[in-house]
Design a protein. Structure first.
Ligand SMILES: [Ca+2]
Ligand SMILES: [Ca+2]
Length: 169
């Protein structure tokens, strides 16, 4: 009888063993930043079913996209207003996000693609944007950035900005 009680006690004790672990052992999910060499002062956090990370080092849009891809994600994949609130919540300076305009676009506002290359359907443009204001780049201002208030502007892809990556949990 005492032996049976002891077995039950041990089994019960084991069930809570990993409750405080950084990685959830049941789902395998984790939300950790890219390596420090790629992402300065990172803030990695879960929001709206997605892992987001802000990186304060400045990179061109292509270089930032490569860092996010190496991490297993994208430049911030913002699909709706909730996603936009998630991404904007930790941004303190204008930062690259996922949308990029096709080189075949015929105006400032058409043919915007999400970070996967599919036509984007959600936008949060600042009043007067996108405007192709910089005439010095082929196609003019074909990459989207996020301002700290949650609005977007189109900007020159070769500019060096902080960036936001995302990936599914
Ligand atoms: Ca453009
Ligand atoms: Ca602009």
């Amino acid at each position: 009888m005492l032996a049976w009680i002891g077995v039950a006690f041990l089994a019960c004790g084991r069930r809570n063993f990993n409750v405080d672990a950084d990685v959830d052992v049941e789902t395998g999910s984790s939300c950790v930043a890219p390596p420090a060499a790629d992402c300065m002062a990172p803030q990695a956090y879960e929001c709206n079913g997605t892992c987001w990370v802000t990186c304060e080092n400045r990179a061109t849009r292509p270089a930032a996209a490569a860092i996010c891809a190496e991490w297993g994600g994208c430049l911030a994949d913002i699909r709706n207003a909730d996603d936009n609130n998630c991404a904007a919540s930790r941004v303190t300076d204008v930062s690259w996000i996922g949308p990029q305009q096709s080189s075949t676009a015929t105006s400032a506002s058409n043919q915007w693609l999400d970070c996967h290359g599919n036509p984007a359907s959600y936008f949060a443009w600042h009043s007067g944007q996108p405007d192709d204001a910089n005439p010095n780049e082929d196609g003019e201002e074909n990459c989207a950035d996020l301002e700290s208030g949650g609005t977007w502007t189109d900007a020159t892809c070769g500019a060096a900005l902080p960036f936001v990556c995302s990936r599914p949990l």
